[in-house]
Design a protein around this ligand. Structure first.
Ligand code: ZN
Length: 174
């Protein structure tokens, strides 16, 4: 997601440091999250350019986000088979009874974009009928939104709702 028209891979660390110093709270969760996608080596390289408290928050949040996403990936196969409604599949033997995920461990440490429903189904789930496919994609997207809602908390920031309110106050928009 471009921030100020720049690709997130370019300089999120500079933007994070600037937003942190200027106390632009509204931007912090997105910037922390973008920075936390980088390998630890890249983060350590820029450590001296970040305010210390900002750097510590980034590391703590990075760990929280990796932990959350890894658990999501690990629990995914079992949860989806458990929770599918019986009348979704039109086949005699519901697809998800026999469906399986392959190499889902690749999702551990992957970036957040890799967690889209479409991508996970296409890359990791064995063949299922269109009804089951649609169900799984939607379920994954729902869970992904839940994780997105938790992103500010990983970095000790107020929720998106509160930040949105503050943003409206700053911009005077309603
Ligand atoms: Zn099916």
């Amino acid at each position: 997601m471009p921030v100020f028209g720049r690709g997130r891979r370019e300089c999120p660390f500079d933007l994070l440091a600037a937003a942190f110093r200027a106390e632009v709270e509204v931007l912090l969760p997105v910037l922390y999250f973008a920075c936390s996608d980088f390998a630890i080596e890249s983060i350590l390289k820029v450590a001296s350019t970040l305010p210390m408290e900002c750097f510590f928050t980034l590391l703590r949040g990075r760990e929280a986000s990796i932990d959350r996403l890894s658990k999501f990936a690990a629990d995914l196969p079992e949860r989806l088979t458990d929770e599918i409604d019986e009348d979704i599949c039109q086949k005699d033997e519901p697809c998800l009874k026999n469906a399986y995920y392959k190499d889902v461990s690749e999702l551990i440490n992957a970036d957040f974009e890799s967690y889209s429903g479409e991508h996970i189904v296409n890359a990791y789930l064995s063949r299922v009928c269109p009804h089951c496919n649609c169900f799984v994609v939607n379920e994954i997207e729902r869970r992904r939104r839940d994780i997105w809602a938790e992103v500010p908390r990983f970095f000790g920031c107020p929720s998106w709702g509160i930040l949105e309110e503050k943003f409206r106050e700053i911009t005077g928009s309603r």
